[in-house]
Design a protein around this ligand. Structure first.
Ligand SMILES: NC(=O)c1ccc[n+]([C@@H]2O[C@H](COP(=O)([O-])OP(=O)(O)OC[C@H]3O[C@@H](n4cnc5c(N)ncnc54)[C@H](O)[C@@H]3O)[C@@H](O)[C@H]2O)c1
Length: 418
């Protein structure tokens, strides 16, 4: 396989440097890569991946190549590809079809071209490979041994397929590993979302009313980090347990219709659709900024925004200004796409180290498995624990071991108050 399509192959040397920098902060994946290069557990396999093409994905690709696999890769968002990394991967022999700034037609051309290269294992971030295989490429389904899914939205789509009896091959929900969502969704999205907002606007967060829509794993991280920067955080939730948790964590909780009036900066991270609609935008202050960190660009209703606006201008990269009839100006970051990937560089390497170690070990698990059913699987417990142990070791953190007596004590029911 030597085909690829990237923006500019001459960017490869810069991409190499970025991958090298990420690699320095990904010690867990380095250990997996070392073992893969010795044992070649993926020898002869072709992997098809639809992942954000970032420097960390570059390190993951190297790990798969070290394990003996061939790899075809496309981006999982039209705005998230780092063009220099794509060029470097093409140079290293990965069949990359990705560039920043694709339209929808180009995006799906890349997805389909990855499938043309006949992968037997898929890796998805948002389930676009899986859904294309199950709709337009059904004849290729019998060749697929299994797949992995990186994000909450993808897992939701796959569970819906499983429930409808539509899912035709096994998928491991990497997102649902502890060593993924507890760190990547929370600390990764928390830090990188703020990074994206700051790079796009360079406005001060301290003292601003910062509205976080969705208090899930991503929302918790965004709220925590925005509070740390001195913002007054307001949380929007539909789930009573999460709303209560946000309130007990010291945040104001209110419906979006109320927050719309007072918010300065709005960030959506629900995985749901049309959270901020025209009716809310009409109430916003002049200068309000809206960004999305959920998987798809549907959380901020852009049709509504277009409809209520009389003028649109691009102010600087990733910052569009919409002027309403009464002269108020609203600002949308990164066209409503994942702000942390489109306006910044995505999650820091240290958290992707764990997410992608899970990916690598789950792909190995699928490659070794004799027969898995066509359903959504949890990440095997031993893989999750292995990733945690390797990460702790890389951080030079030692932990206690249960004594024999403690193990026994935790299994018995007879002893109580003494
Ligand atoms: N930006 C990134 O790099 C990144 C990283 C990981 C996940 N994600 C994506 O972010 C989204 C959220 O992921 P998560 O892991 O936090 O999911 P989650 O399920 O833990 O949290 C989502 C929260 O949104 C709430 N919600 C849903 N609809 C709502 C509505 N109409 N109004 C108010 N609240 C609502 C839910 O009750 C839930 O608490 C997903 O699309 C996921 O794929 C993005």
């Amino acid at each position: 396989m030597d085909r690829f399509k990237v923006k500019d192959p001459s960017l490869a040397s810069n991409g190499e440097l970025q991958i090298e920098w990420a690699s320095m902060h990904m010690p867990v994946l380095a250990q997996v890569r070392k073992r893969f290069s010795e044992n070649k557990p993926l020898k002869g396999l072709t992997l098809g991946a639809c992942l954000h093409v970032t420097k960390e994905t570059g390190v993951l690709a190297e790990t798969f190549l070290a394990g003996g696999a061939r790899m075809a890769l496309c981006g999982s968002n039209p705005l998230s590809t780092q063009d220099d990394v794509a060029a470097a991967l093409a140079k290293r022999g990965v069949s990359v079809f990705a560039w920043r700034g694709q339209n929808t037609e180009e995006y799906y051309w890349c997805v389909e071209t990855v499938l043309d290269l006949a992968p037997s294992i898929t890796l998805d971030d948002g389930a676009d490979l899986v859904s294309t295989l199950h709709s337009k490429r059904k004849q290729a389904l019998s060749r697929i041994k299994g797949g992995t899914e990186e994000t909450t939205t993808g897992v939701l789509r796959l569970r819906a397929m499983e429930k409808d009896g539509a899912l035709k091959y096994p998928i491991i929900a990497v997102n649902d590993a502890y060593t993924k969502y507890l760190f990547d969704n929370r600390y990764g999205t928390g830090q990188s979302t703020l990074d994206g907002i700051m790079r796009a606007t360079n406005i001060l967060l301290a003292g601003k009313n910062f509205v976080v829509c969705g208090y899930g794993w991503c929302g918790r991280g965004i709220a925590m980090r925005a509070q740390g920067m001195g913002a007054n955080v307001i949380v929007i939730e539909a789930n009573p347990l999460r709303a209560l948790e946000a309130a007990m964590n010291g945040f104001r909780v209110m419906p979006i219709a109320e927050a719309a009036v007072v918010g300065d900066i709005f960030v959506t991270a629900t995985g749901d659709t049309s959270i901020i609609r025209g009716e809310h935008m009409k109430k916003m202050k002049d200068g309000a900024v809206m960004a999305n960190s959920g998987h798809f660009n549907v959380e901020i209703d852009q049709n509504d925004l277009q409809e209520i606006s009389v003028k649109k201008r691009n102010i600087r990269p990733n910052l569009d200004e919409y002027t309403l009839k009464d002269g108020r100006r609203l600002y949308l970051l990164a066209e409503g796409r994942l702000v942390n990937l489109a306006a910044a560089e995505g999650h820091p390497s240290e958290v992707m180290d764990m997410s992608f170690a899970n990916q690598a070990l789950c792909v190995e698990h699928i490659a070794k498995s004799q027969k898995l059913d066509a359903k959504v699987y949890e990440v095997p417990r031993e893989i999750d624990e292995e990733v945690a142990k390797l990460k702790l070791a890389s951080m030079k953190i030692k932990i206690d071991r249960l004594t024999k007596e403690q193990k026994k004590y935790l299994r018995i029911w007879e002893s109580g108050t003494t």
